[in-house]
Write a protein that binds this ligand. Structure first.
Ligand SMILES: *Cc1c(COP(=O)(O)O)cnc(C)c1O
Length: 385
């Protein structure tokens, strides 16, 4: 299938499907087999085996994932964290130094601060919006920069253009977690990022029914990551591969609906007298709105806000919501609501959270694809009660 002539929505349906179709099946069948006939293959990493990430379900899914992010190759993993840890461990070795954005996803932050030092990899955090502060953090051993497209839960947008320029000037590898934007809203590789990682658990699959991850990049980078993943064992089961392959086909429809719903909710909240702050890069009031408007085709389905009155008022508001489920995670078809101070950021002290701008009463919404008016009406009734 010729790639460049077709738009992403078309390619998400047709690229990465077997040609010819297997027994005529319109949908990619599940190959529920742990091992495959050797057929003369002698290299360990090429033997057909689920842990070696090369069953027919892996091969087709890799083609679809690589095409989605516009890279040469892709590797699917058993979770987003497997994608992130495998990538970092395959591009860095003992003695290397990593520059990582502050306020990363909690699991990534903890891996960098608690585990990388055990294998002799050092790090420093950088403010993604403050290019003037980066040169001071650079060391002769600095090898790579790790950032996220948007931060969670405040939806900050790093200066991606300056980051890629800085990395290219200093010969650093760039790695970006594009989970929150998805290639529908932002395609990092087009902006010069080398490696893209995803939690496929979120928007890529989109139905809150599997945990998965992905790494996208050049052939050699992905081959290196595959060898590391073969050893670490973080492979995705073929049935989960099938579900992720299916989910990807509706990515465009879902993410654009989530962009619309999140913007409508953000606008309604911002207009309400009981709301003191709304964090959504699609709102002109967001400090990184202009950057987001230049870089992104949409600002995604995640937003956060604070109501006047603190924790008790916030919890009472959440209890009055009828549609969103009170649960962590994001990117599914159903709206979810959490209070980060009580869930994703509960491990931090109140002072540390305050320093990052995460108030104890902050409410985070992961918007689904329900009807826009129904969602807005639900938020309004919960605020007005
Ligand atoms: C959820 C998430 C992860 C981790 O993904 P899992 O699939 O839960 O391992 C990493 N990065 C971001 C931005 C996430 O939202």
């Amino acid at each position: 299938m010729k790639r460049k002539a077709l738009r992403l929505d078309t390619r998400l349906i047709h690229v990465g499907e077997p040609e010819p179709r297997i027994a005529g099946a319109v949908s990619m069948p599940v190959f529920q087999s742990a091992t495959f006939e050797a057929l003369g293959r002698t290299d360990y990493h090429d033997l057909g085996y689920i842990r070696l990430n090369n069953t027919p379900n892996h091969i087709q899914l890799h083609a679809k994932l690589a095409d989605a992010e516009g890279t040469e190759a892709a590797l699917v993993t058993s979770s987003g964290m497997a994608a992130i840890t495998t990538t970092l461990l395959s591009v860095l070795t003992a003695g290397d130094h990593l520059l990582a954005q502050d306020c990363l996803y909690g699991g990534t932050h903890n891996f960098i601060t608690e585990d990388l030092m055990d294998v002799g990899i050092d790090y420093d955090f950088i403010d993604g919006s403050d290019p003037a502060s980066w040169p001071d953090r650079l060391r002769p051993a600095t090898r790579a920069i790790y950032v996220e497209t948007m931060t969670n839960p405040l939806l900050g947008v790093a200066d991606h253009t300056a980051l890629v320029d800085f990395a290219q000037t200093h010969g650093l590898l760039t790695i970006i977690d594009n989970t929150l934007a998805t290639p529908i809203n932002f395609r990092p590789h087009e902006h010069g990022y080398d490696i893209v990682v995803h939690s496929g658990t979120k928007y890529l699959n989109g139905h809150s029914d599997i945990v998965a991850g992905a790494v996208m990049g050049a052939h050699d980078v992905i081959a290196q990551a595959k060898r590391k993943l073969d050893h670490l064992g973080g492979c995705l089961d073929p049935h989960a591969c099938f579900l992720l392959q299916r989910g990807l086909k509706t990515l465009g429809l879902r993410v654009r609906a989530q962009n619309r719903n999140a913007l409508a909710i953000a606008e309604a909240l911002a207009a309400h007298p009981s709301v003191i702050q709304v964090n959504y890069a699609g709102l002109p009031s967001h400090p990184h709105h202009d950057r987001a408007a230049t870089l992104f085709d949409g600002c995604g389905g995640l937003l956060s806000f604070e109501v006047a009155g603190g924790v008790c008022t916030a919890d009472a508001f959440i209890d009055r919501l009828r549609l969103p489920v009170r649960a962590p995670s994001l990117g599914g078809v159903e709206s979810l609501v959490t209070r980060p101070a009580a869930t994703s950021h509960a491990g931090m002290t109140t002072q540390d959270r305050q320093r990052l701008g995460i108030g104890d009463g902050l409410i985070r919404i992961a918007v689904g694809i329900e009807d826009t008016d129904d969602l807005v009406a639900d938020f309004e009734q919960a605020l007005n009660a």
